[in-house]
Design a protein around this ligand. Sequence first.
Ligand code: A3P
Length: 338
Amino acid sequence: MAASSNDFSISNTTVANQFTEEDSYPQDLRESIISLPKQKGWLTPNIYNYKGVWLGSFHLHGALRSQQHFQAQDSDIMLCTLKKSGTTWLKALLFALITRKQFLVSQEIHPLLTTNPHTLIPGMEYEYASEETPDFAMSNGRRLLSTHLPQSLLPKSVWESKCKVVYLCRNQKDTIVSFWHFMNKLRGDVQGLGDIPFPEAFDRYCRGESLYGPFWDHLLGYWKESLENPRKVLFLKYEEIKDRPHVHLKRIAAFLDCPFSEEEECGVVDGILRLCSFERLSNLEVNKTGKTVFMQAGNNLFFRKGKVGDWRNYLTDEMASRLDQIVDEKFKGTGLKL
Ligand code: A3P
């Protein structure tokens, strides 16, 4: 692939799954990565600014390889989120929804009862960071993938194909709290590092220096696409799904061209929502004691409280108004409200 001035070219070198030290970056990427603007990382020493997006070297490597190699198919579903927006929940909902003819949600045997949603639905850039040609095939024939990449860094074929994009966002006050807990847990459990104090994490998040940030560009990129092309991008909010789960699940099904039949509306919708509820998933053995595909951390990492408004236990009034101000300023005139 011809590399533009702002692009990196990648060789076929096998790259280690994780690289946390600059010295261990793959040789072909090392110079390009370390010459990017950088800031203190969350799990790794640094995060890098690539085309306006803050990424760890692992994510950046996966993003570049995805751009180079990923070929979207018309029937694909791409689930896009910022970290801690409810990805696990939506992965479960989408999986149960599109496989409902194959795996009946009313039965006591269902993949979601024994497998964590992140194992069932691969993260595109994570897979590409680990191997050059990951296999995304699913047994029901329709591929379901997820990504945290912003709209601007998605592989071109996603936009050129008829593949559907489902975006989920969440109130940023709850997202930052969830993100902070998640990062600290990973730092402690996997890296043996100490906690980041909340005021420091909050400040970095507000400056846009979170993974895949700035958050406002992430949300706005998909928001604008959803307005311009509502048949291509469905924009969802965590709080709205919590509030009216039946309505939104039916909306998602219709968007994905697999609407519920009248018959299904009686029990299947309820069955999917029950199966994917926080209470149900978080209490399954696999999610209490199993290990994630990601860094071998515990699956329980993805289930904390699952509530709206927990931010009130963490943000001072000053912090809340700082974030409100950022959101007001960045989203002004866009029609997007959180
Ligand atoms: P909290 O930390 O606020 O509890 P992600 O899946 O994008 O990593 O987001 C994780 C957040 O979603 C966590 O939020 C987690 O508890 C919540 N979550 C996980 N499963 C959920 C479910 N089935 N229903 C609602 N929220 C869920």
